[in-house]
Write a protein that binds this ligand. Sequence first.
Ligand code: KG4
Ligand code: ZN
Length: 353
Amino acid sequence: MSPCTILGIETSCDETSAAVVVDGRDVRASLVSSQVALHAKYGGIVPEIASRAHIEQVRPIIEQTLSQAQVGYRDLDAVAVTVGPGLVGSLLIGVTAAKTLALSCNLPLVAVDHIEAHATSAALTSDPPPWPAVALVVSGGHTSLYLVRDFLDLELLGQTVDDAAGEAFDKVAVMLELGYPGGPVIDRVAARGNPKAVRFPRTWIHKPHFNFSFSGLKTAVLYYVYGAGKKYGSAQHLSATELADVAASFQAALVQTLVAKTVAAARHAGVQNVVVGGGVAANSALRAELQAACEQAGLHLYLTPLEYCTDNAAMIAALAYRRVQRGETADLWLEPRAGLLRPALRSRDRVAT
Ligand code: KG4
Ligand code: ZN
């Protein structure tokens, strides 16, 4: 069979990204244009600014990616795009760019679910995971556990009922006045702190279900830092050591909850393999603690390589290959979908909390 070269486009949130991937694994080029600087002063993503930046970036990034991969439009076998979930205005830019290329270059169009791509991004290595596996997807917008029977065959086991893990990192960083995005900076600051300094809540850590809740943890940090009745009004009264201790203790509470639930989910599903993807999968404490817990539980852990944890189009082009193999292409009526594509937990699956 001749190789299948796919151009992937990802614009679901605040990164404009394009990649060329051959046969779902061989990444020829993967470029990401980050909008962090544009959103930093607002302490979070401003959807309208994100959409406008995607409009400016999408064409140059596609051209740079093709040129870096030394691939022309005629060498492509398909064009793939994130169809959702995400910010609808942002998704629309990528979907429109992909449709335009599909039509003008006469290429099959492939729609990819952003969460399914994060859940299977650990396959972008020379040592891909065998399925079935339990996948922990931890990003700015989602925190979920899936049973992955195969690429494109996922069953939702549980998810956050309020904040996503990345969102908690970002909001706690705002409280600690550490800047945006919060995940990488808390990861760095926490490395200098004592994770046992403050005992923050580990909500539902031992409950027999796979849902998460991080809003209580976030509020606990808020009260700790600002004091009851907002006594301090800011984090300025904390010394550098106290700040590092709070960051490390928050991170430890969140990471321990993620790790315990992931191992429990793997046991429940009866699988030997665990994969992790999404922006928070770049967190050094999460990577180390998952590794240790999986070893102890006799599970094989497959970490997504750092460059493919945060949003990127390589994971989109890689998963699109599996759709192409199944003959699943989209037509030009394709529309972005802001919400979760796969159904959320059915009510009877929800466990009383
Ligand atoms: O997957 P992603 O790029 O976008 C979404 O799909 O949401 O994830 C972005 C999230 C942000 O909340 C960011 O703070 C977090 O990933 N993040 C991290 C780290 N790097 C990025 N969180 C913790 N530790 C990190 N090293
Ligand atoms: Zn993402």
